[in-house]
Ligand binder design. Structure first.
Ligand code: FES
Length: 164
């Protein structure tokens, strides 16, 4: 799956609001839908959601910032998820995560300066016995060493067509 975000579009925001506004607890479904459609929740969504749900802008913004899942800016062309769950931790995930952050030059929920890769945590990818595990877009990888991480992510950065 490409994670290339679409440009801001009121159509995407309005469609997400229309699809969920009558659901109980509509705010989170709306935010998820907008992010699915656009790759992030643009600032212009906040007043539209607030008006639709009769909330303050501060309330909507507070929820967006509370959940790291929601991006406030477009992400990279690819998303690398690193597993932080227990089994992978026992197999060296924390060292791999530290290496990944240094190699990419960004923290979790951040994006490389060249806009290629966004880094996200994930809690279990189903390859617990052969961790540390990671996923590049939709493609899982198990037994990931620092060298393997570098090879996989450098390939993304030098060949932008890969995984798109
Ligand atoms: S704990 Fe990492 S894949 Fe399950």
């Amino acid at each position: 799956m490409s994670t290339t975000p679409n440009p801001p579009s009121d159509d995407g925001i309005s469609a997400a609001i229309a699809a969920h506004r009558d659901e109980p607890g509509a705010l989170l479904p709306i935010l998820h839908d907008i992010q699915d459609r656009m790759g992030y929740v643009p600032a212009e969504a906040v007043p539209l959601i607030a008006a639709a749900l009769n909330l303050s802008r501060a309330e909507v913004h507070g929820v967006i910032t509370f959940y790291h899942h929601f991006r406030q800016h477009p992400g990279g062309r690819h998303t690398v998820h690193l597993c932080r769950a227990e089994a992978c931790q026992a197999r060296g995930a924390e060292a791999l995560i530290a290496h990944a952050k240094a190699e990419l030059g960004c923290d979790f929920h951040g994006t490389t300066a060249d806009g290629t890769i966004s880094l996200e945590p994930v809690f279990c990818l189903g390859h617990c016995a052969s961790g540390p595990s990671m996923m590049i877009d939709e493609e899982p990888h198990a037994g990931v060493t620092s060298a393997r991480f570098d090879a996989l992510t450098r390939a993304l950065r030098t060949d932008p067509r890969r995984h798109e």
